[in-house]
Design a protein around this ligand. Structure first.
Ligand SMILES: Cc1cc2nc3c(=O)[nH]c(=O)nc-3n(C[C@H](O)[C@H](O)[C@H](O)COP(=O)(O)OP(=O)(O)OC[C@H]3O[C@@H](n4cnc5c(N)ncnc54)[C@H](O)[C@@H]3O)c2cc1C
Length: 530
């Protein structure tokens, strides 16, 4: 049976996506917002129309079976899934395709690829699911290299060992979310880490980018689950010790969490697991506006209740998701546990919300198990990557800004970012739909996530997005937020990361890079200025 191919230009497998009638409904919503002329009718890009330059390097004979230069593989590894990536794919542009794609079958192949690349002055870009939205997997490595290789770990996709006593598993880095969870299910265990990109992103990618899962409190980033790591660096293989915790110096695992493929290739990790949840309770609370909702969320986040979901969505997002009528902000609250009844936890959280002016909504009529407000929001959330690829095709600028800020500065910060977004989208695009939600909340602050959809001028969409991205990113960092809460730095966020991170820390990171990757072949341009 032939393997299903991923789309090189969008989300998921070839042939998968929203239906024609769903696409027509999206197009008519966009036309209602921006006028029919703003919506373009384009067919998805075809591989044969892509401008793919010829490979500049050939694989050595000894590694011939590890490499491929098949056009579909090269095109699929030419970029990630950010707005810039999709917009360029729709325009048939792939300015930085890898010359070769390596598909190692195991760690030995990775060692040999790195040796060859260091000797030949070829850059190596580690690749998990390719869902980076920050230019993390695009081989844009500059002219100092003879070529660039995308090192795809998809063949390293097994759960190798499960320690049910300690509740941990040894897992290969290239496994995507669904397979990982399917292999843990017979043990009644779960990693319980569900980023929106779960279907097509990998364990190694999650660790390398410090990804954030769905669960809105307590365990947000993957870091908390990493017990130990195995990493192939150009200097050799490094393995950390399996321990529940250690106070022996700075954590070696944390050096690689967020290293974005610049220090080594993560090949395996022992991951902490959890029992599968059995008890659940949830409710939806409405608030007159987003700031009122934020007060309710702060009260819940600081009460030590740890809801599994604590997703505040503004009236615009509530309307777009079919979860509300656009007149109020909604807080989707849910508690889960493997055993104990969580109803008292939910009741305590609802009481805190009522004290802050929230109204607990009566459950909406259900036609199926899921047909309530939270269900409507969740279905929209999971379909979103497929909708997003079509929205770009309709000629819209469609991007996100995600950040975090402490509660004491949140109200001013949100006001500043929202007004910058309104002003700049008006100037640059002539209007936009802007929505905001909290993706995660902590006792000391929220992680707001702004989504922008705006009409673009044919041919100028990248320039429009770059201008908007720069202005809003300046505002986010200028107002004291972080350039990224969970999407990572990559190439796109590096200018703001350099403003945000302490200069001496950046110097220390460069020192680690020099030690582990002396020839500088690993993902040049990402995270660290080469
Ligand atoms: C629709 C959509 C939804 C998303 N939702 C979320 C979300 O909910 N939460 C979230 O945190 N992010 C989200 N993202 C961003 C992205 O999915 C995450 O950054 C994810 O962790 C990347 O995993 P990946 O396997 O696709 O990595 P890739 O995109 O393949 O790589 C990302 C970076 O990690 C490096 N890397 C990959 N594998 C390894 C390895 N084994 N060793 C060393 N370096 C490696 C790469 O070189 C690159 O720098 C979303 C993206 C999209 C397109």
């Amino acid at each position: 049976m032939s393997e299903r191919r991923r789309k090189f230009w969008g989300w998921g497998y070839e042939g998968d996506g929203i239906s024609d009638s769903e696409a027509a409904a999206v197009a008519s919503r966009l036309a209602a917002a921006f006028g029919a002329d703003a919506v373009r009718d384009r067919q998805p890009p075809r591989l044969e129309d892509l401008d793919l330059r010829a490979p500049r390097v050939a694989p050595p004979l000894a590694l011939a079976e590890v490499f491929t230069d098949a056009p579909h593989e090269r095109a699929s590894h030419a970029y990630g899934k950010s707005y810039r990536d999709l917009a360029r794919a729709w325009r048939g542009e792939a300015p930085n395709p890898p010359d070769l794609v390596a598909l190692p079958a195991g760690e030995d192949d990775i060692v040999r690829v790195l040796e060859w690349a260091a000797n030949e002055r070829v850059a190596v870009v580690p690749y998990g699911g390719g869902s980076s939205v920050v230019g993390g997997v695009e081989p844009e490595v500059g002219d100092e290299y003879r070529g660039a290789v995308s090192l795809d770990l998809r063949r390293l996709d097994r759960v190798l060992d499960v320690d049910t006593e300690s509740r941990a598993a040894l897992i290969e880095a290239g496994v995507y979310g669904p397979r990982l969870e399917a292999e843990l299910r017979p043990h009644d265990l779960t990693l319980r880490h569900f980023p929106q990109s779960f279907e097509f992103s990998s364990l190694g990618g999650w660790i390398a980018t410090r990804s954030g899962g769905h669960y809105a409190t307590l365990y947000a980033h993957i870091d908390e689950f990493v017990e130990s790591l195995r990493v192939v660096t150009p200097r050799g293989v490094l393995e950390t010790r399996r321990l529940p915790a250690s106070g022996a110096g700075p954590s070696p695992e944390r050096l690689f969490c967020g290293s974005e493929g610049t220090l080594g290739v993560i090949t395996q990790a022992w991951m902490r697991l959890q029992d599968r949840p059995r008890a659940r309770a949830g409710a939806t609370v409405s608030f007159p506006d987003f700031l009122a909702g934020a007060r309710g969320v702060r009260a819940v986040a600081q009460a030590g209740l740890h809801p599994a979901n604590c997703r505040l969505i503004d009236p615009v997002e509530a309307l777009l998701a079919g979860a509300g009528d656009g007149s109020s902000a909604l807080l989707i609250l849910a508690f889960e546990s493997p055993g104990h009844d969580v109803a008292p936890w939910l009741e305590a959280a609802l009481e805190l919300c009522r004290e802050q002016g929230g109204t607990v909504e009566p459950p909406r009529e259900r036609s199926g198990a899921d047909d309530d407000r939270a269900g409507a929001w969740r279905r929209t959330f999971l379909r979103m990557p497929y909708v997003y690829e079509r929205v770009v095709g309709f000629g819209m600028v469609n991007g996100t800004f995600e950040t975090a800020i402490t509660w004491d500065r949140f109200a001013d910060f949100h006001e500043g970012v929202s007004s910058e977004l309104a002003k700049r989208t008006n100037e640059i695009c002539g209007g936009a739909i802007v929505s905001v939600r909290f993706t995660y909340v902590y006792p000391d602050g929220p992680a707001p996530y702004y989504t922008v959809t705006a009409p673009a001028r044919d041919g100028s969409e990248l320039a429009q997005w770059d201008e908007l991205k720069a202005a809003v990113s300046d505002a986010i960092v200028g107002l004291g937020g972080t350039i990224t809460h969970h999407h990572a730095v990559g190439r796109e966020h590096r200018p703001w990361y350099e403003q945000e991170a302490a200069p001496l820390f950046q110097e220390a990171l460069r020192g680690a890079k020099r030690e582990l990757d002396p020839a500088g072949i690993l993902n040049p341009g990402v995270l660290i200025d080469p």
